[in-house]
Design a protein around this ligand. Structure first.
Ligand code: SF4
Ligand code: SF4
Length: 136
């Protein structure tokens, strides 16, 4: 059965130069779309991949990446917010279709419920301080 998923690879100073994309395609017969990559010589880096292929091949490919020492996580479709910089102005609130961003009436602070966020990105441009980011 075919499967498709988005993953984030974290490379260490020792694994930055592993030719994993080539191996994922050739050895595991996967379709690989690189959504984002920040890889520098002898430094930590990361790459966001959209991969598609047979379920068993994906399973083996993930095992292979882990064996190489590359940390693999599923891509979370939620925003990141620099909480400490938020001034709780509320500009982002009307943009959020799921109420993942909401006003806590007790503390009068704008809070984020990540479990409700669908990663639509509507809030990102609304923030005057630009402290909201999508993962890719
Ligand atoms: S990305 Fe969309 S769902 Fe998530 S907090 Fe922002 S506006 Fe709400
Ligand atoms: S718009 Fe930005 S600063 Fe204002 S409440 Fe939302 S995240 Fe905080």
């Amino acid at each position: 059965m075919k499967k498709r998923l988005k993953i984030v690879l974290h490379f260490s100073k020792d694994t930055w130069d592993k030719a994993v994309i080539c191996d994922l395609i050739k050895k595991y017969d996967l379709i690989v779309n690189i959504l984002k990559a920040q890889i520098y010589p002898r430094m930590e880096g990361n790459a966001v991949l959209d991969i598609e292929g047979k379920e068993e091949n994906i399973k083996e490919a993930l095992k292979y990446l882990k064996q190489l020492g590359i940390n693999v996580k599923p891509l979370e479709l939620t925003i990141d917010r620099e909480e400490e910089k938020c001034v709780h102005c509320g500009f982002c609130l009307p943009a959020c279709p799921t109420n993942a961003l909401y006003m806590d009436m007790k503390s009068r602070e704008v809070k984020l419920d990540k479990s409700k966020c669908v990663g639509c990105g509507a809030c990102v441009l609304m923030c005057p301080l630009r402290i909201i980011y999508l993962p890719i």
